[in-house]
Design a protein around this ligand. Structure first.
Ligand SMILES: [Zn+2]
Ligand SMILES: [Zn+2]
Length: 269
């Protein structure tokens, strides 16, 4: 079992210490665990620009140091990968490259959380939107993810249709041209797409991405990895067996993990 996407209490909206996530992973028989808490807002002036969203910039060195110490301590029982989930802001990523470049990260997850001026999970965002506009919005979100992939800064693309999180209608709306453009961009960038089971903690339920997108990803040869996006230790590897079954039925046979930026495939089951 692998899980490349987990958080912990430093971000301000998750519970449990890094060690709690490692212990939870060991209890479940996880063999590769990625610690990937939210990256500080490196493009902002303030040390902690968004307190409940991400840790202060000044806290990041101790996050990495603690993760590396756990990697060492548990090296004989579990492979711990050290990572972070960064927000993608088009044209504003230089402070991120600079800040992250000095750490021995195994991979970086690139996610689009802020989109067209709103947090994607902000429920008020959808109050005045007509159903007829949804396909276009979804297409624009997929194009933002494609830009995120093309930036070349990330190894894993986070929850690629999370826009539906708190507006479930966005899940079923088809946006095939933009979806295919996004999937090709991910594949061509050398990154992988995560299958993220945290949709179950939002109104949409289910996983990111939709089944249809997983089938398209397989068609285009996009590699995949597993992500619980756990914000509580108990959710580590949440629904892993169900995900493996579905992916196997679609035709996937491998996961991809990263060690110091180098991809390595592992058998799906
Ligand atoms: Zn979070
Ligand atoms: Zn995220």
């Amino acid at each position: 079992m692998i899980d490349l996407h987990t958080h912990h209490n430093r971000c301000g909206h998750a519970t449990g210490s890094l060690r709690d996530y490692v212990i939870a992973a060991l209890d479940k028989g996880v063999t590769v665990l990625g610690l990937s808490d939210h990256t500080p807002m490196f493009a902002e002036e303030a040390d902690q620009a968004l307190p409940p969203v991400a840790m202060p910039k000044s806290e990041f060195p101790s996050y990495i140091a603690e993760a590396l110490a756990l990697k060492e301590e548990f090296a004989h029982s579990i492979e711990i990968l050290v990572s972070t989930e960064a927000d993608f802001f088009q044209g504003r990523m230089d402070p991120y490259s600079k800040a992250l470049g000095s750490y021995p990260l195994d991979y970086v997850i690139g996610s689009v959380h802020m989109f067209e001026g709103h947090d994607i999970f902000d429920t008020t965002r959808w109050e005045n939107i007509e159903d007829g506009e949804l396909a276009a919005v979804k297409g624009r979100y997929f194009r933002a993810i494609a830009e995120c992939a093309r930036s070349g800064l990330f190894q894993v693309m986070g929850h690629v249709d999370a826009l539906k999180g708190n507006h479930p209608k966005l899940g079923a709306v088809p946006a095939p041209a933009a979806a295919d453009e996004m999937l090709r961009a991910i594949r061509d960038s050398g990154a992988v797409m995560e299958i993220n089971t945290s949709g179950n903690t939002k109104r949409c339920g289910g996983w990111y991405p939709e089944h249809d997108l997983l089938e398209r990803a397989h068609h285009f040869g996009v590699p995949i990895t597993f992500a619980s996006d756990a914000h509580v230790p108990e959710r580590v590897c949440d629904q892993y067996p169900e995900v493996v079954r579905v992916l196997h039925d679609i035709g996937f046979r491998t996961w991809t993990v990263f060690r110091r930026g180098t991809p390595r495939t592992l058998s799906l089951a």
